[in-house]
Design a protein around this ligand. Structure first.
Ligand code: SF4
Ligand code: SF4
Length: 128
């Protein structure tokens, strides 16, 4: 699905196999692992998050590991086939500015930017 979305955006798929799940960790700079869409089925570990009087279903980070509760120690999603929609569509390449500089997510995650930067190992790959 991430591949399909990436292609719809005109972007190559993100290099998830090389990054150890950066967007599934509190160190990504996000407040929770992922927000669930209203129609999505229940996911183990979900909770309600409230902001400015609006309630969202989210997967909070595990307080001990600081990661999504479904991220394996090896940086893989343990519910990959049933992962939430926003996990499927997130593509960190969209945080790369047109001039090749890092957007907010990539500034928070410089090791991912090192992969994606125009002169980096993945940034040199031709678009799919
Ligand atoms: S940060 Fe990018 S490359 Fe890493 S797991 Fe997330 S989408 Fe994939
Ligand atoms: S459900 Fe899977 S892809 Fe989504 S944040 Fe958790 S570990 Fe990452």
């Amino acid at each position: 699905m991430a591949q399909e979305y990436a292609e719809n955006q005109g972007l190559p798929a993100p290099p998830c196999m090389q990054c150890n799940g950066a967007c599934c960790r509190a160190s990504s700079g996000h407040r929770f692992a992922v927000m669930l869409l209203p129609h999505e089925p229940s996911v183990p570990g979900e909770a309600v998050y409230e902001s400015a009087g609006v309630r969202f279903r989210v997967l909070p980070y595990d307080p001990d590991s600081g990661t999504c509760p479904h991220l394996s120690p090896h940086g893989r999603c343990l519910i990959h086939d049933e992962r939430p929609t926003l996990c499927r569509v997130f593509n960190c390449r969209s945080a790369l500015n047109e001039d090749g500089s890092p957007g907010e997510f990539l500034r928070e995650n410089p090791h991912v930017y090192e992969l994606l930067r125009p002169d980096g190992p993945v940034g040199r790959e031709p678009a799919a």
